[in-house]
Design a protein around this ligand. Structure first.
Ligand code: G3P
Length: 221
């Protein structure tokens, strides 16, 4: 499973890139705005840190401007994946820019039908918003399973990018359901790495180790 970091925060991206645990980054207009910096500068800096897909989103709602923005954004760096929202104009923009070879992330997806149409139009990634679906009393995990079945039935190359991963259980369930990728906020990714029982066991082992006579620990000195 590909793991993307869902943030535009440079310190967090450096933190997880240095561990070697992330394959890419996703942003959206809200995440970029949160950093209070120029869009192009932020995207460029992210691309200089991580050698993998970096999603950056169009901000227009009409297809003509979406297409213009997609072309401009895609030129920032070879690893750019242009995020296009799942609106009628979004499908129109997707069908054109996908044919031009621009990598795309069709986003804010809530139904299997939206995901089917995006795959037909050649989306590179499709992002179902799992946490937001669950918050609206609909199973996000069912949607991933449906998408996985549909993409398999028709041999679509489009990847399922599980988004709005608001807790660690969502990530595990997305992996079990067959998502190719998950984009995960920094706090959730940190939780995935850690377990209190690991720390308890480790402290117990090292306590006994340091009770051993120092001469018998010479290998490590
Ligand atoms: O890129 C942000 C997307 O993953 C939405 O996350 O938690 O705002 O629903 P959230």
């Amino acid at each position: 499973m590909e793991i993307f970091l869902d943030t535009a925060n440079i310190d967090e991206i450096k933190r997880f890139a240095s561990i070697g645990i992330i394959n890419g980054v996703t942003t959206n207009p809200a995440l970029i705005a949160k950093e209070g910096k120029n869009f192009r500068d932020v995207v460029n800096e992210i691309c200089s840190i991580i050698d993998g897909p970096v999603s950056a989103e169009v901000i227009s709602k009409d297809f003509k401007n979406m297409i213009e923005e997609a072309r401009k954004i895609s030129k920032i760096h070879k690893n750019i994946v242009v995020k296009i929202p799942a609106t009628e104009d979004g499908y129109k923009a997707l069908s054109i820019v996908a044919k031009e070879g621009i990598k795309t992330n069709f986003t804010i997806v809530y139904t299997a039908n939206q995901a089917l149409l995006a795959a037909k139009l050649g989306a590179t990634y499709v992002s179902p918003f799992i946490g937001r679906l669950d918050a609206n009393s609909t199973s996000g995990n069912n949607l991933i399973q449906e998408m996985a079945t549909i993409y398999k039935n028709y041999n679509f190359n489009t990847k399922i990018l599980a988004a709005s991963m608001r807790n660690v259980i969502y990530v595990k369930e997305a992996a079990l359901a067959g998502a190719h990728t998950a984009t995960i906020p920094p706090d959730v990714l940190a939780q995935m790495m850690n377990n209190e029982l690991t720390n308890v066991a480790l402290d117990g082992f090292l306590k006994l180790w340091y009770e051993l006579d120092e001469s018998k620990r010479e290998y490590f000195n």
